[in-house]
Design a protein around this ligand. Structure first.
Ligand code: GDP
Length: 327
C-alpha cells in the first residue's frame, strides 16, 4: 500500500516480496538506486549481472541468461548514457548499444515468461521545441534535439517495442520517462558526465586548487529539471505496482532551473568563492525540457527529496567516495 497526498492507493499488481527480480544495469546511477529501493521495501530476491558477467548486447547470452534464471520482474535500467559532449561525440555507440540492449532484454524477458517489465526512457525523446511542460502526448510530434537524437531514437524504439509486445503478445511492459537525474553513484568523468555531477567536480577541484574561475559550458540559459535518483527509483517501484498500460509515463519534479542558477547552487554547496565564466564554444543543447508530470501525480506518485537536500547529499557522497568515483 502507498500513501500519496493523503490518499491510500491499493496496488493493481502486487509483487510478492520473494519474487525474483532482475535489475539490469545495477551498477549505474539508476540501477543501483532501484536495488537500494527494492531492498528497503523488503524485496530480497534480486538478481544482477555485471557487464563482464553478461554483455547485454549479445543476443544469445542474454537469451540463455533469461531461460536459465526466469526472472518474474525486470527493471531495465541498463543503457549507454552520457552528457551532451559524449552524446554528440559517440553517436554510433549510443544508438547501437541502446538498441541492442533493449531488443535483447525485452525480447528475452517475453520469451522466458517474465510477468512484467519496466523500461526506462528519457525526457530527450520529446521534440526539441515541444511546448512546455512536455506531456506524454508530444512524443513524435516534431524534430529532436540534434546533440542527442541518436540516443533519443534508440529510446523511442524501446518504447515502441514495449507497446508492440503488449499489443501482439500481451506482454506486460511499461515505460517510464525520467527527467534529468542525479544522486549518489553518478558519473563524474567530465567528458561523459551530465551537467550536475560535472559542475560538482569542477567547483570542488577549483576550490581545492585555489583556481580563480570555473568554466561552465554554453550560455547558462538552458533550463533543466533535476530529479533525485532515489525518488526515481521509488517511482519505478510505484509504477510497477500501480500502472499497466501501453502509454508512457513522465516522472519528474515539475520544476526546472537555468544552468546559471544550477552553477550558483553548486558553487554555494561546495563553498567556492571564485567566479563563474561561460564557454560559448560549447553547445547549449535543447533550450528547455520540463516534464508534465500530471499523469504520474494522478496515479498517486510525488517526489519527496528537495533539490537543496538532494544536491547536498550528492556532494557529500562525492566527498566520501573520492577513491571509487567513476572519473
Ligand atoms: P542535456 O540535458 O542532454 O543537454 O545534457 P547535459 O546534462 O550534459 O547538459 C545540460 C546543459 O548544461 C547544457 O546546456 C550544457 O552545455 C550545460 N553545461 C554547462 N557546463 C557543463 C559541463 O561541465 N558538463 C556538461 N555535461 N554540461 C554542461
Amino acid at each position: 500500500m502507498n500513501f500519496a497526498a493523503g490518499k491510500v492507493i491499493r496496488p493493481i499488481h502486487t509483487m510478492n516480496k520473494d519474487a525474483l527480480i532482475y535489475v539490469a544495469g545495477h551498477r549505474g546511477l539508476v540501477g543501483s538506486a532501484i536495488c537500494r529501493t527494492l531492498q528497503r521495501h523488503g524485496f530480497e530476491n534480486l538478481i544482477t549481472r555485471t557487464h563482464r558477467e553478461l554483455d547485454l548486447t549479445k543476443q544469445a547470452d542474454v537469451s540463455d541468461f533469461f531461460q536459465q534464471e526466469q526472472p518474474e520482474y525486470v527493471f531495465l535500467a541498463a543503457a549507454k548514457v552520457g552528457g551532451i559532449h559524449a552524446n554528440n561525440t559517440y553517436p554510433a555507440d549510443f544508438i547501437r548499444d541502446n538498441l541492442l540492449v533493449q531488443l535483447n532484454v525485452i525480447d528475452s524477458a517475453r520469451r522466458s515468461g517474465t510477468k512484467k517489465l519496466l523500461f526506462l526512457g528519457s525526457s530527450c525523446i520529446y521534440p526539441k521545441y515541444a511546448s512546455q511542460p512536455m506531456a506524454e502526448s508530444s512524443l513524435l510530434t516534431g524534430e529532436l534535439e540534434p546533440t542527442n537524437e541518436w540516443y533519443a531514437v534508440a529510446k523511442i524504439a524501446g518504447i515502441k517495442q514495449c507497446q508492440a509486445y503488449r499489443r501482439q503478445y500481451g506482454f506486460n511492459a511499461i515505460s517510464l520517462m525520467p527527467t534529468n537525474l542525479y544522486g549518489p553513484g553518478d558519473n563524474f568523468d567530465l567528458d561523459n558526465a551530465h551537467v550536475l555531477p560535472a559542475l560538482i567536480r569542477k567547483f570542488h577541484e577549483a576550490k581545492e586548487s585555489g583556481a580563480d574561475k570555473v568554466m561552465v559550458w554554453g550560455t547558462g540559459k538552458p533550463k533543466r529539471e533535476f530529479l533525485y535518483v532515489d525518488d526515481l527509483a521509488e517511482a519505478s517501484l510505484f509504477l510497477m505496482e500501480n500502472y499497466e498500460e501501453e502509454e508512457i509515463v513522465n516522472v519528474g519534479t515539475g520544476e526546472d532551473i537555468s544552468i546559471a542558477e544550477l552553477a550558483e547552487n553548486v558553487k554555494d554547496i561546495v563553498g567556492y568563492d571564485g567566479t563563474i565564466e561561460y564557454d560559448l564554444t560549447k553547445p547549449d543543447g535543447t533550450p528547455r525540457k520540463l516534464l508534465d508530470t500530471s499523469k504520474v501525480n494522478e496515479i498517486g506518485w510525488f517526489p519527496k527529496c528537495s533539490f537543496k537536500i538532494g544536491l547536498a547529499q550528492t556532494y557529500r557522497w562525492f566527498l566520501a567516495n573520492q577513491g571509487t568515483l567513476r572519473f
